[in-house]
Design a protein around this ligand. Sequence first.
Ligand code: PEP
Ligand code: MN
Length: 335
Amino acid sequence: MIILLKDKVDEKQVKNLTNWLEGIGFQLHISKGEHKTIIGLIGDTSRVDMDLIASLDIVETVKRIQEPFKSANRKFHEDDTVIDIGGRAKIGGGNFLMIAGPCSVENRDQIISVARDVKASGAGMLRGGAFKPRTSPYAFQGLHEKGLELLSEAKRATGLPIITEIMEAGHLPLFEDVDVIQVGARNMQNFELLKELGHCGKPILLKRGLANTLEELLMSAEYIMAGGNENVILCERGIRTFETYTRNTLDLSAVPVLRRLTHLPVVVDPSHATGHSYLVKSMALAATVAGADGLIIEVHNDPPHALCDGKQSLTPAQFQDVADCVRNVLPFRVR
Ligand code: PEP
Ligand code: MN
């Protein structure tokens, strides 16, 4: 349920109302927008008298929210959420963020050289997996702690903030220097992990599961937000369909649908969505114009010899071209 307050209201009366609502057991989500203040109620709202609240002087209207996601709902928070990434980058609202880097951190030279190249092309954050969710237990699993150390080194060398994937909550102490924690597609509904990330104090990039609906994605974001962490970035990375020419099927309509349903930033990953480097540019441009708040793109210094996802990785020169073209279409974003 949301309570929309009148334009100029007495703060004391607002405090009385919020104290009363908290006193009867609701968790409140207060959003002060440019024009409106909205109080969102989380809890069993079937037991409140809507007419009583609507009759208060300071209240403009009271509405029930049908959707099961509350904190993530745009009805709770009209303006786009802007997430500050360690004071080094921003995403959301007018801030478009390009995230780039290898699928996996492989060695010092690789990660530092890719970090320098993608930064020079305009990326605002470096990606690189240290704990890799691989289908085969015999495939390269990532460098683990060593990978995180090398990512930190790349951060120090370039000033770029870093994002990397977490696979279990017990690893959180290792992620202290990580700026954004990624939850991969395979863990989108690992609810215990999501709950832990709800109080880790860092922004989370939450990828859509291989076979999950947008509502399920938003409910997973809700798990993180319910723990007090409102800094969630949603990521469309393709879903599994019957098509085999592409690794997944990029659901581009997810971008405007999510932007309508939620205030959280939405990024698109054209690399995992397509599985082929030749498709990354067209999908990156389409995603940008569709209204995405950012892109996450795999870039490798030597794609044919990459230990993971070489087929879909761009060379630094290809990334430079994509980044230039993305900047050119930014004014045409449909928002
Ligand atoms: C990744 O980003 O390297 C990754 C494994 O992605 P996803 O979880 O989308 O498959
Ligand atoms: Mn990958």
